[in-house]
Unconditional design. Sequence first.
Length: 378
Amino acid sequence: MKTISRLRYFLYFSILIVASCTTGKRALQKGNYDASVSKAVDRLKSSPKNAESMKVLPEAYGFALNDHLRKIDEAKLSSDVLRWETILYHYQALNQLADEINGCPACLTLVPNAQRFINEAADSRSRAAEARYVLGQKQLNEGSRTSAKNAYFNFEKAQQFDPGIKDIKAKINEAYWAAVVKVVVQPVVVNSTYYKLSAQYFQQQVDNFMANYQKNRFVIFYSEQQASNQKIVPDQVLSLNFDDFVVGQTYVKERVEKLKKDSVVISRGRTNDPVYGTVKATLSIFEKKITSSGLLALTITDWQTRKVLRQQRLAGTYVWQDSWASYKGDERALNKQQLAMTNRKEMLPPPPANLFLEFTKPIYGQLVDEVNYFYNKY
């Protein structure tokens, strides 16, 4: 019986906690006045006569109104150049509370005159846009790439507040091009006429990556042809050079195994009974490996100072493998797998051009990671 009583008490207590949360009482006690208003409104929409919410709503709204107005007054006295964004936030919060209350018939009798600050919010939005614009112009005038980048974000924010502010689109464009890093990517160099055609696939991958680069909006890659056509003066030059590579190093390894298998039927007697014996064979297993590897030199240079900003050597290796076998003796000494290997013939390896292409694949992945890492900071 005591257990049942405790369970009932626990359930009753839990219901009280849930009820207080849904009526907004708990949020009010914690000083979350906006949340308290919202919860009380939601409860009164579904239960217009809920006594707890009817008590909470006017009290919570009064506290919320005073709290936001106090913070607005404090922000107006602040020296923060972006104070109008704080002021706008509080006016918007008050308008949101008023909209919630006005959308609840039962709430209107409890808070009949929820205040809306439409003009004040509009004025704050305009002032916030102007503050961002002025700050962006100041940063743009500083002349550095970093300040231009900050100016870009401030102009963009100003446009969000007021799309029609002054010449905002032109300012965003001006700040962007003052902030962007223009990188000319030189053609991949291969110090061998034989492999130039093979390197074209790698070049196409590089071109595609650079053309679709989106990790950092303030970095643009150009081919030499694009830079020439558009008369681009680069900030940096990125060069790629396969200056060290070996294609087709061949290694052949032979492994000899002596095989023996007992209790094998080797013949039949006069009465056709099986005669068991031991069979033997010598198995030769051949393994061929053709290794191709190379190094790609990545160099990023400042165009004006000719200072090397980044220099890395990216390594790639590709190993082509083949195996086959032959035997002497009795094939019955071999298992199924060994016998299958003896039926295989030595394969022709891929042509050198293909081997070159294969070892560049892991290098390309490293190149992408390296470029993303380096230009992430710009």
